[in-house]
Design a protein around this ligand. Structure first.
Ligand code: UD1
Length: 337
């Protein structure tokens, strides 16, 4: 069974390709290498013993997408990661985000709707909930007005898929990720942010290596137990496995409705200080940090109610925050060695 993974050389994509190959799927990756390198293919091969097929394609080129589906006419399952994901950049350049994240989704769905049957897994985000009123967050929590063009592309993407599935042979699962962190235990693949990391964990590991002077903790006056903001940090390998289970669910027609939505998190909230503590413990290093004002657009807390993912999807996060931080640290050390 051949599966297309768009953005398959990226952070979550590459870990998912590993899990798909471990489960016996044949994988073809599309990536434009805008935020990844071809070296990732070697890492995947080292872990799984198999080199996935790879097509360097910019999904904004409609003709290239059409040609891909002519060449790989046996692809009926797609896991769609390829997208831009920097919140700040999306505010600066909204049209880039609408073109990259929405235009490309439309082109993919246009190809899939021509097939007698198709399965589509979409990378969505807990950002669609904004600051939810109730914790932990269930899938039926109201969608709130997006705080950035990036967040808006996830909301619009979900709507486009839902509208399309209603009138086509496409079935879909929308996966709303909480905060993916960590790296593969082999240290063959992991997160490789370009430039200064915007996300907490890569900033911590780079600071641990001395690449950054100190971490800025954005706000310690939140209404949380220690005053710092709370998130649900999920190990990327657990997250990757959820994609395989979701795809198998669609392929085996176990889905209850045409479009299903699942939160992917651990169910446990951790504050910024708890993440720092975890890092210090597993790395046995002291992390320099200073308390700074809140970052604009940040919410106080977000952690998942995982009942639906556990009971309906049949998936549960297995790895702890300490394990995630240890793997992220091991990866950072390898990358810099
Ligand atoms: C961010 C995005 C979110 C996106 C997700 C993808 C914002 C506002 N939100 O989520 O839309 O889906 O990344 O991974 O950018 N922190 C620090 N110091 C730092 C970096 C982060 O204290 O140098 C804090 C943040 O204030 C936050 C927590 O760490 O409380 C996690 O931050 P981050 O990793 O950027 O994730 P989110 O903001 O949750």
């Amino acid at each position: 069974m051949k599966v297309l993974v768009t953005g398959g050389l990226g952070f979550i994509g590459s870990h998912t390709v590993v899990e798909l190959q471990n489960e016996g799927f044949e994988v073809v990756i599309i990536d434009d290498l805008s935020n990844a390198t071809e070296d990732v293919l070697k890492g995947i091969e080292k872990i799984t013993g198999k080199l996935p097929l790879f097509e360097k394609i910019d999904l904004r080129e409609k003709a290239a997408v059409q040609d891909f589906f002519k060449k790989h006419s046996d692809v009926t399952g797609v896991i769609h990661f390829a997208a831009s994901k920097a919140v700040g950049e999306s505010v600066e350049n909204p049209l880039l985000y609408y073109e990259n994240n929405i235009g490309t989704l439309v082109y993919l769905l246009q190809q899939l709707q021509q097939k007698p049957e198709a399965s589509f897994i979409f990378s969505s985000s807990c950002t669609v909930y904004g600051q939810a009123e109730k914790m932990p967050i269930t899938e039926d929590a109201p969608i709130q007005a997006a705080m950035s063009p990036y967040g808006n592309t996830k909301q619009i993407g979900e709507e486009i898929i839902t509208d399309t599935a209603k009138v086509t042979n496409i079935s879909a699962i929308l996966l709303r990720y909480f905060n993916p962190v960590g790296a593969h235990s082999s240290t063959e693949i992991g997160e490789l942010p370009l430039g200064v990391p915007q996300n907490l964990v890569p900033f911590i590991t780079q600071t641990g290596m001395g690449l950054r002077k100190e971490l800025s903790v954005f706000g310690n006056d939140y209404p949380t137990p220690d005053g710092t903001a709370v998130r649900d940090y999920i190990h990327v390998v657990d997250l990757a496995k959820a994609h395989v289970i979701a795809l198998q669910r669609l392929l085996n027609k176990k889905n209850l409705v045409k479009v299903e939505t699942f939160n992917l998190g651990t169910g446990k909230g951790s504050s910024v200080l708890e993440v720092i503590n975890s890092f210090e413990k597993v790395s046995n290093t002291k992390l320099p940090y200073k308390i700074m004002p809140r970052r604009e657009g940040d919410i106080t807390e977000a952690y998942a109610n995982t009942d639906k993912a556990n009971n309906v999807l049949g998936w549960k996060a297995q790895l702890t925050l300490d394990e995630a931080m240890a793997s992220a640290w091991k990866w950072e050390q390898k990358v810099r060695s």
